[in-house]
Ligand binder design. Structure first.
Ligand code: HEM
Ligand SMILES: *[C@@H]1O[C@H](CO)[C@@H](O)[C@H](O)[C@H]1NC(C)=O
Length: 360
């Protein structure tokens, strides 16, 4: 018994003292596993040629959306009914794009699918890995973002996802909670995932105003999205109210019906509000839920941790939470019963408006 404990102790000491394994990848770059070296090449290539020089722009936003639309094709409920439930984060949205891009909820996803495919093929990495990698790298380009986990090793072989697994902006909260719950996410985790809409815009709900963002700062992973979605909506951008759209509070801003409802529903409102004055929490919750989403349908322990390839996000946020200029606390529709809404002051200057992005 004593001998065993001594052995265990020395093992533990050895493990603590041993340097973590490093693999040299050339150009002075090191990573934890030799198998990860390939991702440095992919990183250089996509930062330059997909993300226009490490921007937090349209391709980053679309790449982040794609991580979700690939992964959420995963339904234990369908599996229990004896049907194919989808392979989760398996790259099927690229491998079987002729089927999946035709799904209504995947409207517009074809652009980023076509943009990403040649990079994955060129570097010989699986579509499933590439989608999650591009999302994690892309997020690292956005001010205030957390450094996301990236695990490599997903099979390149997939079957097309069944239709109707991707939530629609016109779905009820009940329906969204049920669908996301089927895939393994709690109501709070839906909110955590929706931190993504802080770096997001719409192109297709109202196709007359492509690039209209969901908050006033779509290149910053900040809490403005969680504040602005709670403001009274009284404006209609574009061509009128489309299916899945509701009135927005700021000229040049777009509000999804689903975001408006989740911000105000008793099951999700407190998590929503919690991010407004706690940016560290918004980062850590997003990191955790993205790590969970990225391995839907995968066996986590069979993947290799290549997280150290993901750049450390460099740009801190310019400022803490505030109200857009021209708004007051009276415009806030607080919905969390458990916690009072934080007192925010408005930015100085004339009422915030968001300039239209030039069509690309
Ligand atoms: C309740 C679930 C969700 C619904 C109903 C929803 C709906 C939408 C809709 C309708 C758009 C606009 C698409 C377009 O017109 O081009 C959009 C954009 C976006 N979504 Fe979601 N979404 C949900 C969850 C998520 C999640 C979980 C993520 C990622 C983790 C995500 C990331 C994005 C991003 C980054 C964009 C912006 C794309 C761009 O700017 O091109 N969404 N979402
Ligand atoms: C993945 O599959 C596609 C066909 O869907 C193929 O073009 C590509 O080369 C494959 N990639 C790898 C790494 O096997």
């Amino acid at each position: 018994m004593f001998k065993l404990s001594v052995t265990l102790l020395s093992l533990a000491l050895f493990a603590a003292a041993a340097p973590s394994p490093r693999a040299a990848c050339g150009q002075g770059r090191v990573t934890a596993h030799a198998a990860c070296c390939i991702w440095f090449d992919v990183l250089d290539d996509i930062q330059e040629n997909l993300f226009d020089g490490a921007e937090c722009g349209e391709e980053v936003h679309e790449s982040l959306r794609l991580t979700f639309h690939d992964a959420i094709g995963f339904s234990p409920k369908l599996t229990r009914q004896g049907k194919f439930g989808g392979g989760g984060a398996d790259g099927s949205v690229i491998a079987h794009s002729e089927i999946e891009t035709a799904f209504h909820a995947n409207n517009g996803i074809d652009e980023i699918v076509d943009a990403q495919r040649p990079f994955a093929i060129k570097h010989g990495v699986s579509f499933g890995d590439f989608i999650q990698f591009a999302g994690a790298v892309g997020v690292s380009n956005c001010a205030g973002a957390p450094r996301l986990e990236f695990l490599a090793g997903r099979s390149n072989i997939s079957r097309p996802s069944p239709d109707l697994l991707v939530p629609e902006p016109f779905d009820s909260v009940d329906k969204i909670i049920a669908r996301m719950g089927d895939a393994g996410f709690s109501p709070n985790e839906i909110v955590d995932l929706l931190a993504s809409h802080s770096i997001a815009a719409q192109d297709n709900v109202d196709p007359t105003i492509p690039g209209t963002p969901f908050d006033s700062t779509p290149s910053s992973f900040d809490s403005n999205f969680f504040v602005e979605t709670l403001l009274v909506g009284n404006l209609v951008p574009g061509n009128g109210i489309n299916e899945g759209e509701v009135q927005s509070p700021i000229a040049g801003e777009f509000r999804l019906q689903s975001d408006a409802l989740l911000a105000r529903d008793g099951r999700t409102a407190c998590e929503w509000q919690s991010f407004i004055t706690d940016h560290a929490r918004m980062q850590s919750k997003f990191r955790a839920v993205m790590a969970k989403m990225a391995v839907l349908g995968q066996v986590r322990s069979r993947l290799t941790d290549c997280s150290d390839i993901i750049p450390v996000p460099m740009n801190p946020l310019a400022k803490s939470a505030s109200l857009p200029a021209g708004k007051t606390m009276q415009d806030i529709q607080a919905a969390c019963k458990a916690t009072p809404f934080p007192t925010l002051t408005a930015d100085p200057g004339p009422a915030t408006t968001i300039p239209a992005v030039p069509a690309s």
